[in-house]
Design a protein around this ligand. Sequence first.
Ligand SMILES: [Mg+2]
Length: 258
Amino acid sequence: MIPSSLLIFDFDGVIVDGLNEYWWSARKASIKLLGGTSNNADLPYSVPQTFRELRPWVHHGWEMVLIASEMLRPESLLRLKGAKAFACNYHTNCQEALKAWELTSTQLQTALEDVRHAAIEKDAEHWLALHQPFPGLVKRLNQLPHEGLDWAVLTTKKSDFAIELLKCFHLKPNLVLGHDSGSKPEILLQLNANQTIRGFIEDRRATLETVLETPELKSIPCYLASWGYLKPNDKKALPPGIHLLEPETLASPLANWP
Ligand SMILES: [Mg+2]
């Protein structure tokens, strides 16, 4: 049997622009979780600039709930020094903030997923409308089978939510794998054992760097999506092995990609 050729796409920041939903659900989860302990009703309805600025640093959904909560804590670094200072030592600052709230990442993640499940149950149309695919993505993804390519979605979201959105956009990937299936490098290792992976398209540079540094994954061409949630310096001095993918290149046949 000839192994199939597979292109793998990250979801948020590559296929879907969900910034409005990230804020909407993070705000709601924060309010639900903190209850009466904070002035959380004061969080604005529209996406605050601080949240927008920090989105490129976010790896897991729970961090967005934490950022919303930190916007309320009077003594938080985020309030005192702003988004740039928080981003400087992002990981450490998230851990400090968890300690200050006496919460775990699991509690925050569960609160976020509860909000999303409730939203899909009560008013799916509104929830879906908070997302949109990036321009040209739906058309391009639907062309892939005609090029003899299978494609998969690999996301740090729970797979249910990605599946709902893909259905809404009329997209039919061969596979959808969420955080419930393991970390991205773990999943890539499993997929790579049985198939030829022709490319991995991501907007988180650190994830691509991890793939590059994993000897068993060296054969996978890595692409940084130029249209995604990138940090200010992400496009600069990319290591050989990570190619910047512009929308025009994405739109062209895979044979033309770097
Ligand atoms: Mg992403």
